[in-house]
Ligand binder design. Structure first.
Ligand code: NAD
Length: 337
């Protein structure tokens, strides 16, 4: 209850629409009496030599200390001599798995009504290792790194998640017929972990076939686990199945149990500062954070209020075909609590 000691969580409002949607989260959490005390951190205006990026050392320490956080979108400033903000977070906090639940929102009609799947993306290596170079003029090379350690770690997380959430099946997505060594090792690790979970059905699906199956009938899948690049693409495909980037939450899982929830969309500079952004994705990310903290009653309360507001249809933001401002939509959710 709100009378007990509040739990500290880090909040990165982020750039562009970030502060507007973060305000919405803060207001709704407060109205729902969520026992959380936010430690707010903004992206710095100059490079912090300790992180080699615009992210301050203090903000990273805050996440490490609290173990949980919520992150708005961050726009990485263009220029040399610093690291991408999201990459810095991923590396420094060892955020090895990106988890994205994708489910149909009742009352918001899309092509499918019955989407309920989870994508789990390996987040530290693969094609995103940043190892690209020119071999000779006209020939470049990019290294895709797959390690046994990172593959086992993300596979373990996927099966653990499936079991903990009463899911029945884990599908490993791959292209091992072509990428025999790299995706081959990824699959081998998934198989090893699968053996420890006999109660969960394990299958392997080639990525091209997976895309076809997803758009034809998303109900064919349950939990999907995959290397970095495939995960980047498939998770956006899945977001599209349920209504787009304004709606989909995600959570990054790091070493030592860190959970940093974030909306999957960017800073939306085209609508920033205009009170037009849809806060749903960040709100549902906040809900995921509450579940991680075992605050299930509060999570349920807020999630229901969001879904009921959208289903009712009176207050929707422009991306969902409505004309409500961010603040009006936020107030409607508070009224539904
Ligand atoms: P974007 O997601 O910011 O915008 C794409 C489109 O979706 C825009 O038309 C935008 O108005 C709309 N949109 C996005 N979120 C919305 C919301 N909550 N409500 C209503 N409409 C929304 O993608 P972009 O334009 O490619 O990227 C802009 C900036 O964000 C770039 O600097 C990029 O690097 C950064 N970015 C950050 C993250 C992150 O922090 N995780 C992710 C993606 C992009």
């Amino acid at each position: 209850s709100s009378a007990s000691t509040p739990i500290r969580a880090t909040l990165f409002p982020g750039d562009g629409i970030g502060p507007e949607i973060a305000d919405s989260v803060k207001q709704i959490f407060q109205a729902a009496d969520v026992p959380i005390e936010w430690e707010e951190h903004y992206v710095g205006t100059e490079i912090d030599p300790r992180t080699q990026s615009f992210l301050t050392w203090e903000s990273l320490e805050s996440v490490r200390r609290n173990g949980v956080g919520l992150k708005g979108p961050m726009a990485t400033p263009i220029g040399k001599g610093h690291r991408s903000l999201n990459l810095t977070l991923r590396k420094e906090l060892n955020l090895y798995a990106n988890v994205r639940p994708c489910y149909s929102l009742p009352g918001y009609k899309t092509r499918y009504d019955n989407v309920n799947l989870i994508t789990i993306r390996e987040n530290t290596e693969g094609e995103y290792s940043g190892l690209e170079h020119q071999v000779v003029r006209g020939v470049v090379e990019s290294l895709k790194i797959i390690t046994r350690q990172a593959s086992l770690r993300v596979a373990e997380y996927a099966f653990h998640y499936a079991k903990a959430h009463g899911r029945e099946r884990v599908s490993a997505i791959h292209k091992a017929n072509i990428m025999q060594k790299t995706d081959g090792l990824f699959l081998k690790c998934c198989r090893e972990v699968a053996e420890k979970y006999p109660e969960i059905t394990y299958e392997e699906v080639v990525i091209d076939n997976c895309c076809m199956m997803l758009v034809k009938n998303p109900a064919l899948f349950d939990v999907l686990v995959m290397p970095n690049l495939y995960g980047d693409i498939i998770s956006d495909l899945c977001a599209g199945l349920v209504g787009g980037l304004g709606l989909t939450p995600s959570c990054n899982i790091g070493e030592g149990g860190i959970a940093l929830a974030e909306a999957v969309h960017g800073s939306a500079p085209d609508i920033a500062g205009k009170n037009l952004a849809n806060p749903t994705a960040l709100l549902l990310s906040g809900v995921a954070m509450l579940r991680h903290l075992n605050l299930h009653d509060k999570a349920e309360l807020i999630q229901k209020a969001i879904l009921n507001t959208i289903a009712e249809g009176k207050h929707r933001t422009a991306d969902l075909g409505g004309s409500s401002k961010t603040t009006e939509f936020t107030q409607a959710i508070i009224d539904h609590l």
